[in-house]
Ligand binder design. Sequence first.
Ligand code: SF4
Ligand code: SF4
Length: 103
Amino acid sequence: MSIRINQTSCVGCKRCIEACPGNLIKLKDGKAEIKREKDCWGCTSCLKECATGAIEFFLGADIGGKGSILSTKQQGDLRHWIVTAVDGSIKTITINTKESNKY
Ligand code: SF4
Ligand code: SF4
């Protein structure tokens, strides 16, 4: 499994459910959960929709992540991409979503 869902942070908005191309996420008691963990192929579509940081994407050694965790949060027009390393240190990249597609 590439992702896990922190149900404490989930607000049940269903955006991840709509985004998953494999229909792998469902709502249970108002919180998102993965139906079939082994079928997740880590496309990150759900991660990109989650505004609360509830979805955590495991960055394994195979992609240079050394076991760190990626999550995202939305704050107005700002999207924060948050990487938490195994030692607990955090790096954040913030993108203004209104301007990110301007060219
Ligand atoms: S997008 Fe995030 S907050 Fe919304 S239902 Fe999914 S996990 Fe919960
Ligand atoms: S990473 Fe992709 S396949 Fe896995 S649960 Fe999220 S949207 Fe579905």
